[in-house]
Write a protein that binds this ligand. Sequence first.
Ligand code: PLP
Length: 401
Amino acid sequence: MDYTYAPGRNHLFVPGPVNIPEPVIRAMNRNNEDYRSPAVPALTKTLLEDVKKIFKTTTGTPFLIPTTGTGAWESALTNTLSPGDRTVSFLIGQFSLLWIDQQKRLGFNVDVVESDWGQGANLDILAKKLAEDTAHSIKAICIVHNETATGVTNNLATVRKLLDHYRHPALFLVDGVSSICALDFRMDEWGVDVALTGSQKALSLPTGMGIVCASPKALEATKTAKSVRVFFDWNDYLKFYKLGTYWPYTPSIQLLYGLRAALDLIFEEGLENVFARHSRLGKATRLAVEAWGLKNCTQKEEWVSDTVTAVLVPPYIDSSEIVRRAWKRYNLSLGLGLNKVAGKVFRIGHLGSLNELQLLGCLAGVEMILKDVGYPVKLGSGVAAASAYLLNTIPLIPSRI
Ligand code: PLP
């Protein structure tokens, strides 16, 4: 059976992969090229320079790796740590859980700090661990900036403050897969040692590129890190950076041109405007959830995420049914609840190439589905709350002023 055709556009509201802008699609619609010709290194050089801007780093070294977020995690860990090294890692949802699982499988000694799903990383416990660790046995703090499964954003500035306060030399490794390029991210200011994202999230590209950025301290750590690494070895990349040819193996030419177009669009809009747009989309979504009389999975205002909202449903409703119906009936793709929150939450992704009216369409769809599944929602209530807020906050489109 062919599932692909449905009239009109698919309303893609999963928190990644996200909508790809038309200019990016067109930029990628091209033949393969010889990556050893002068053209591809010249393009790569501009990408490596410009990608640093989305991490807000001038001192970091970026790597554009043919992989996904999961591979980017592995690259961050294996290039900087040795088997047996102690990491402190926060378990707050499915993606932090998967990263912890990877750390364990790579042979690290993972000190897991667990919180309820819906809460942020427990930084009081981190403070205690750092204070106690006078021998500096902790080699890295691993934290997911934005936990995509629960819609929780962690406070990275506080992590850096704690490390500085206790003069602790641990590396600071950050998963920015559903934050970088959508939420304000300050690699240099926060002293992040490795930050990473995946192309299919806020950069609004196809899946297939892991973008990793390493601080000078992280690069130094590669010299003593004994983890086995082959495909992800940064030193192979650095060797080719020096030669000016950039690639230790074959890159996806189409993704490189796509990244060029994606960065151009982001810079044209303005990175701060991109963040402001995500902040509007996040707030509008939360206002709709409140108007529906439903609760956000995120337990405190300080952790709310501007890229994804996980909506808790009453116990008599299976949230997976909402997701199923959304796709079958309205061509609306919502995110499922994962693992511990399966059946309990559905997720509205509001990141990447997306505008306010698209979001209102999604919210209207959610209202109809809620009614379909027997939740007593007033049709239009969420859309009204969101649009009343957006009415006063949407600025003119920068390129049309
Ligand atoms: N980290 C976070 C926060 C994610 O949301 C995801 C995927 O959604 C991943 C890591 C894993 O990325 P990938 O599926 O690209 O391997």
